[in-house]
Design a protein around this ligand. Structure first.
Ligand code: ZN
Length: 221
């Protein structure tokens, strides 16, 4: 039997990931396309999130494979803003330019720069969109309340609603007050104040931000 260290297996797997990145890159080049988070998901043996998790970020994975990050040309504004929301939620604060080129961001800061002619402009456009979504959600919630229980919301809040509730709670756990901005790795979740199973709707006023621990009753307060 061959003697192998556990870490050796892990190293082999790193190597396999990098080899696959290179393979997919050359397939895409033949098709006149570029290797991106999205195109790797389509053609890779593994997922882009596996690459990102393994190497710290998607771009770090590319760097390890000696590849240059491809610029996503066809990504929609909606995807860019959804990505911005996810980064904002994970950070618990307004992302800065360099945050966008690291996990959990899927798109580099330069994409935002190019698309909106500057990072500041990207943020301003983003805020305007979030405000508009807020107005739409308010209208929807009025409709839900008027229906007196004949129309029910889905259990899972949309990303727009999650962002709105977290923004309202200043990206802090309403129970213990902790925020990912100060406690790195802290995960905020959206909790139904009246449980959805008991008729509580997925609307802003019935939702609150709780950290992972408080949401499971293991909080410090
Ligand atoms: Zn908490």
């Amino acid at each position: 039997m061959k003697f192998e260290l556990a870490t050796f297996n892990r190293n082999v797997l790193d190597q396999e990931l990098l080899v696959d990145l290179k393979n997919v890159d050359s397939i895409l080049k033949d098709q006149g396309r570029v290797l991106t988070y999205r195109s790797y998901n389509e053609l890779g043996k593994y997922s882009s999130s596996t690459i990102a998790a393994r190497f710290g970020s998607w771009n770090d994975g590319l760097q390890r494979a000696c590849l240059i990050p491809g610029e996503e040309k066809n990504v929609s504004i909606e995807d860019l803003f959804d990505n911005l929301k996810l980064v904002w939620i994970a950070k618990g604060r307004q992302p800065v330019y360099r945050d966008m080129s690291k996990a959990p961001s899927k798109y580099t800061a330069s994409i935002y720069n190019d698309r909106f002619e500057g990072w500041r402009n990207a943020l301003e456009n983003f805020v305007a969109t979030v405000d508009q979504e807020h107005d739409e959600l308010v209208c929807y919630e009025v409709e839900i309340k008027k229906s007196n229980g004949t129309k029910r919301t889905k259990r899972e809040p949309s990303l727009a609603l999650r962002f709105l509730v977290l923004k309202r709670d200043r990206f802090r756990c309403v129970a213990c007050g902790r925020s990912p901005a100060l406690v790195s790795g802290l995960v905020l979740e959206i909790d139904h104040i009246t449980a959805w199973a008991n008729g509580g709707e997925t609307i802003e006023e019935n939702l609150q931000s709780l950290c992972f621990d408080c949401n499971r009753g293991k909080g410090t307060t």
